[in-house]
Design a binder for this molecule. Structure first.
Ligand code: ZN
Length: 95
């Protein structure tokens, strides 16, 4: 059981925030979440277009990165890529 899953089971939360959804996205895409956490995540996606957009971007980028990295799609590389996407998403908006 991962740290994340433990944290959620402990609190027994019904809903997750965008920040938490973002932190779960990597595990979700790689099907590493328990069905319970997966459900919470998908529930959040139903009410949050921002996170849906983020998930789509993540999947697209991951696909590109995987073909680019080929043999080197290590967990570390993927975590780095995820962090870059998060940085991009949370970048200061200059409007
Ligand atoms: Zn969200």
């Amino acid at each position: 059981m991962t740290e994340i899953v433990r944290a959620y089971s402990k609190v027994g939360q019904k809903q997750i925030t965008c920040k938490k959804a973002t932190s779960l996205i990597g595990a979700y895409v790689q099907a590493n979440l328990s069905s319970q956490i997966s459900c919470l995540f998908e529930e959040h996606l139903r009410v949050c277009p921002d996170c849906v957009a983020f998930l789509n971007t993540y999947k697209k980028t991951l696909g590109l990165a995987k073909s680019f990295l080929a043999a080197d799609a290590s967990a570390e590389s993927l975590a780095r890529i995820r962090n870059r996407i998060i940085e991009w998403r949370d970048r200061p908006k200059t409007i």
